[in-house]
Ligand binder design. Structure first.
Ligand SMILES: C[S@@+](CC[C@H](N)C(=O)[O-])C[C@H]1O[C@@H](n2cnc3c(N)ncnc32)[C@H](O)[C@@H]1O
Length: 270
């Protein structure tokens, strides 16, 4: 069994993996990611120390489901797309989406994270894992640029500095003919409140990039397509599956706009 010793932002991907695993163990899961549960059982690590509870795991699953739905929509319209899954952690999004065979899928995260992926998940012919910081831009040279691109980053942008995040967007826009970005983002209030986030606090990670208005990215060559706040990205189907405490928390969150908008899932095209 591989042992893991991740710190800071790399440790946070163990929390989201565990969140998906706990969701998969529920009677009525939102995401039902059994691969996450299998991975957790195969990694020698005390996942209970990460600050994820049975209730908070639901929010991880809901966010992943909302991003899966947006990604599936793009892949349906572009069945030969290139997918850049940035800050992938241990997420098996490609397994959940099961993209068409002409899709080329790239999972990108730090080398140590990608090494763990390789130990736990079997290789797949249309999928490439790249071990690099997303902001060491040489990794982009390993990706073809002749087709539309879907860039998915879940739980990543807030760990980048604003300058690095902006440069990442500009490099992607400069490389591909067209594409779509699907990112979750935190507002500046979300960044200021980072010590209230048990996962970030326990991992001793630091959040940097707050985006109050997703139009802010338009100066880097993209157009905003849609933006959902924390109450809007929960589908009716997912809401019906929530534990009572999560339903209540969501209703209360919905009453306060600044809190509701601390996290968003936004989509841009170019
Ligand atoms: C909160 S986790 C999310 C992981 C995964 N997307 C998920 O939902 O399970 C944040 C991830 O971003 C990765 N990350 C943070 N900064 C990065 C960078 N500069 N380059 C590559 N990966 C980065 C971390 O290693 C970690 O895997």
């Amino acid at each position: 069994m591989p042992q893991v010793h991740f710190t800071e932002e790399k440790a946070t991907m163990l929390a989201t993996l565990y969140g998906r695993a706990l969701d998969a163990r529920r009677d009525r899961p939102v995401l039902g990611d059994t691969a996450a549960d299998d991975a957790v059982r195969r990694i020698d690590y005390d996942f209970t120390k990460l600050g994820v509870t049975r209730d908070s795991s639901v929010s991880v699953a809901i966010r992943a489901k909302a991003i899966d739905d947006l990604a599936a929509e793009y892949l349906h319209a572009h069945p030969d797309a290139i997918v850049l899954h940035l800050g992938c952690g241990m997420d098996t999004r490609a397994d959940r989406l099961d993209p068409p065979p002409a899709v080329s899928w790239f999972d990108v995260d730090y080398p140590e994270v990608v090494a763990l992926r390789r130990e736990i998940y079997p290789p797949h012919e249309n999928r490439t894992a790249i071990g690099s910081s997303v902001t060491d831009f040489a990794w982009l040279d390993r990706v073809p640029s002749d087709r539309p691109v879907l860039v998915v980053a879940e739980g990543l942008t807030m760990y980048l500095t604003p300058a690095d995040g902006a440069e990442l967007v500009r490099r992607i826009v400069g490389k591909f003919p067209e594409g779509q970005l699907v990112f979750d983002i935190f507002s500046t209030l979300g960044i200021k409140a980072q010590k209230l986030n048990p996962v970030v606090r326990r991992a001793k990670a630091t959040l940097h990039w707050g985006i109050d208005d997703p139009h802010e990215l338009e100066c880097h060559g993209v157009r905003l397509v849609s933006s959902l706040d924390a109450t809007e990205w929960v589908s009716d189907e997912a809401f019906a599956r929530l534990p009572a405490a999560s339903k209540l928390a969501l209703r209360v969150t919905g009453l306060i706009p600044a809190v509701r908008r601390m996290g968003r899932i936004a989509r841009w095209e170019f």
